[in-house]
Design a protein around this ligand. Structure first.
Ligand code: C5P
Length: 248
């Protein structure tokens, strides 16, 4: 049985360096229902996109922030953001998958020695401390992501039949979240090694791993939920009430 790894304490890491931010927001939001695109969907009176962007902008002085959205929603999103004082965010055309949306944004980042932080629009409840911890870890180690220790016992199957192949040691299992952050050059090399076709990866950390890079974990909070289904909306309201990312 493998020994669970100890994570590096964030306090041991460096701070204050150039970074850009990518906030993928081009999902269809079908699973959420109600016909309103997810970024415009309100929780506690504020659109999800506005909550997520405000949280990110108070966490770090990013050089630029890119938000890929469905191409037909660019103008409407720009209007929504400027109504909330966020007109500096660069709204661009997303792709067919999350990873294509991020790649489109990465293509617009000016090359240089900087960290690229990627955070799903659908995770508005993160706190600034964790954003900074992931940035600092990426600065030091070149690739990092927020992940939550599994509280579930995880069964692996072959994928072909619902039969257990093995039970994983849950002390070694982490559930990937965002933000994920990388040095510009590592991410560029990751895309190049995958022929700039990241669509088979469900996150950038997976792409970096496949390209042979070591990716470091920062332990994330269970409140960093991804709003995907109507049940998540109920949870989101409860989190707001409890004061998570309590933006007015
Ligand atoms: O698909 P999933 O719910 O995991 O999406 C995670 C994030 O990726 C969401 O913030 C969503 O808006 C975004 N996304 C995207 N482009 C797509 C699909 C999803 O930017 N084509």
């Amino acid at each position: 049985m493998q020994k669970p790894q100890r994570l590096i304490p964030a306090a041991a890491l460096d701070s204050g360096f150039p970074a850009v931010c990518v906030v993928p927001a081009a999902g269809s939001g079908v699973r959420l229902g109600a016909g309103v695109p997810k970024p415009s969907r309100k929780i506690g009176g504020l659109p999800i996109a506005v909550r997520t962007l405000r949280m990110l902008l108070r966490s770090w002085k990013f050089e630029e922030v890119f938000m890929p959205v469905e191409p037909t929603r660019i103008a409407a999103t720009q209007r929504l953001l400027s109504r909330h004082g966020l007109s500096g965010v660069r709204v661009i055309a997303g792709g067919r998958t999350r990873s294509e949306s991020v790649r489109n944004a990465f293509g617009q980042v000016r090359p240089g020695k900087k960290v690229v932080l990627i955070h799903d629009v659908a995770r508005p409840f993160l706190d600034s401390r964790h954003v900074r911890e992931v940035l600092r870890m990426a600065r030091k180690k070149r690739a990092a992501l927020l992940a939550q220790r599994s509280t579930a016992t995880v069964k692996q199957t072959s994928g072909a039949a619902p039969v257990v192949l093995r039970t994983l040691d849950r002390r070694c299992i982490y559930l990937a979240q965002t933000p994920q952050a990388f040095s510009y050059r590592l991410l560029q090399a990751g895309y190049a090694k995958n022929d700039w076709r990241p669509e088979r990866f469900t996150d950038e950390a997976g792409m970096a791993e496949a390209a042979g890079f070591k990716v470091w974990l920062v332990e994330g909070p269970s409140s960093n939920i991804k709003i995907t289904t109507p049940a998540d909306l109920c949870l989101a309201k409860a989190l707001l009430k409890a004061g998570a990312n309590a933006l007015k």
